[in-house]
Design a protein around this ligand. Sequence first.
Ligand code: TYD
Length: 204
Amino acid sequence: MNPATNKFITFEGMDGAGKSTHLTWFADVLRQRGFDVVVTREPGGTPLGEQLREILLHQPMSIGTEVMLMFAARLEHIEQVIKPALSAGKWVVSDRFSDASFAYQGGGRGMDWDKLRQLEQWVHPDLQPDLTLFFDVPVEVARLRLANNASLDRFEQEQSEFFERVRAGYHKRIKQNPQKYVVIDAAKPLEIVKNRLEEIILTI
Ligand code: TYD
């Protein structure tokens, strides 16, 4: 990758993989290197998107509704936040993007993969992350980490089988376009994962 240009980087992984902790640190390191960095998340990232997040994480709904609300929030996020920031020369680091829809709605809930591709084509035909860091962790490890959380949302309350399908969904997605992803073994201790991230930062 050309070090002179700003990039769109996404963090992915199942609940309990620890990606959010690493994202904050990663963005700080980029800032220390003098880059202007926008940190954002999905679902969310805009006032409307954050309202949709509340609904998505807490209200029961059909799978089709869930998929369309995820992509509706994403469209708003792209138009209001991601594209303007990239056009202004800023770096964008997002906690989740479309890979999460393929993993959770496609893998986890069984939504037809081609329908998700159609939505992706519709919502962002000309935009993909330059790099995606996938924090991979066995389901048992992720579940143990979540066990300390007092209030679990609608996704976090799912059973292990659901998360096995989510993990498989991520791996399927990565296989389809492997050069865009860096897979990080997130079962390792925090310091080791951080060292790995430091190596990655040197390459971007
Ligand atoms: P998450 O990013 O894990 O936030 P937190 O760390 O605050 O819990 O929560 C978002 C949840 O939304 C997560 O369980 C995955 C789910 N999700 C989808 O199912 N599909 C999507 O397209 C996205 C972006 C998220």
